[in-house]
Ligand binder design. Sequence first.
Ligand code: AMP
Length: 250
Amino acid sequence: MLISAHSNPVRSFPRQLSAKPPQQAPTEQAPGPVSDSIELSAAPSPQAKHDSAPAAMAATGGAIGGAMGQAFKLLMMGPPGSGKSTQGKVVAAERGIPHISTGSLLRAEVEAGTELGKEIDGYMSRGEMVPDEIVATVLKKRLEQDDTKDGYVLDGFPRTMPQLPTYDEMFPEGMSVIAIDVADDEIRRRLLARGRKDDTPEVIERRIQVYKEETAPLVAEFERRGVLTRVDGNGSVDETRERVREAIQD
Ligand code: AMP
């Protein structure tokens, strides 16, 4: 068994996966690129938010999704190549909610060829983080769409500790988190096989390093808050899918 019954908020998800017929999840893409001007409301200081968020989590018993008309919100985390997007899309499709990936939203912006897209492309093609303001603006715009009202599977945000205050501000009730663990060698093998634009050997190493330095502390923080379930993602897509299902249903 992956998790203890008492410590895992994901367990409070209702057993609905098989009750609802699979359907096509709405697309994760934004309807169009965001404008080139970035406006963000000032976020509270990282420390203030950092301290208050766990208390808020404890008060709500962690983030719960899907029960009695509540929106189902799940955050997928994991290193590049962990299958977090593949698995997140499956969960979203089964529940008929959108899969919202910041990586995909940013790539859409690049493909649109806007000035902002060109700036984003510079960071992404080096395997570096895109500036927080840009990511938050693109994500906020996507979350304003109507299809998010029943919930969503979020993928790719937050990705760094400095993004945590913005996350806490955007999602005051928080949400359950699944982190998919995969060994570094398996990550390398998968990404080289995938061959996306940012999947060259040098960029892969950089992204693995960036994940360890910048995202892993966030995984630890969600673990500390008691909202995170780890899932072994070293096996096949089907094996991981079953583990993710167990984590949500149990
Ligand atoms: P992914 O599709 O999740 O692998 O993300 C691809 C790339 O998008 C990352 O390597 C980053 O350059 C960028 N990216 C995605 N999400 C974020 C985020 N929350 N903060 C900064 N950069 C991001």
